[in-house]
Design a binder for this molecule. Structure first.
Ligand code: IMP
Length: 203
């Protein structure tokens, strides 16, 4: 079944499709829709809602969105909701590797390396029916990058439950522990119930 996913990030689509199974996640760019809403919320949940509403206003169909990031305790929760834009200067975005290397430099000499990946998912069925789920994956920042799987900060994030970086884990193992994995499993159950209902009403 087709479901709009309010994102421009192919890695996230890949993860989310794998996690939800049975849904064809359609990104705005797949349909030539220009989509770059101002993510000016102050929390993951606010930003997930901004993205969902912005796409819903265009397609008027159920929309799923995700906002996520890495919150590091010793850095007061940074990079947090700004994880995708960490270190950006004069509009020049850093590569994933540049971002995690900058994080390692900012963590030099810091003993408390605890951190969490956070994912907020928003399902907007219509303007009055909105579901939010936020989950986290607890861990710590590694001393050096390790692993080649995953994306973003995965090579420098050691998942507590796994004892290795998210980039050292095969995708299915990351899904078991990850913030997005936990949130998506709950969202999958909800989607099945709600979209099945919508389908029945349309028949
Ligand atoms: P946004 O949700 O698109 O605003 O961006 C979230 C950013 O957080 C991503 O671009 C990554 O840098 C980072 N991030 C979120 N989830 C993960 C993950 O599972 N692994 C590694 N980095 C992540």
């Amino acid at each position: 079944m087709k479901l709009y996913f309010a994102s421009g990030n192919d890695h996230k689509r890949q993860e989310m499709s794998r996690l939800l199974g049975g849904y064809e996640l359609v990104l705005p760019k797949d349909e030539g829709i220009a989509f770059d809403p101002d993510e000016d919320g102050s929390t993951y949940i606010e930003n997930a809602m901004i993205k969902a509403k912005a796409l819903w206003d265009i397609v008027h169909q159920p929309v799923l969105s995700d906002d996520s990031g890495l919150s590091v305790r010793a850095l007061g929760g940074r990079p947090g909701i700004h994880s995708a834009r960490y270190g950006e200067e004069d509009g020049r975005k850093l590569s994933s590797e540049e971002k995690y290397m900058l994080l390692l430099r900012n963590m030099e000499g810091i003993g408390d390396r605890s951190a969490s990946f956070i994912a907020a998912l928003c399902l907007m069925l219509d303007e009055e029916r909105i579901y939010i789920i936020q989950e986290r994956c607890a861990g710590r920042i590694a001393m050096a990058p390790s692993g080649a799987a995953g994306f973003g900060y995965d090579p420098v994030f050691i998942i507590d439950e796994a004892g290795m970086t998210a980039a050292d884990l095969p995708a299915e193992d990351k899904d078991r522990y990850s913030h997005r994995g936990k949130a998506a499993r709950r969202m999958g159950a909800l989607l099945e119930r709600e979209l099945e209902g919508i389908r029945r009403n349309q028949q």
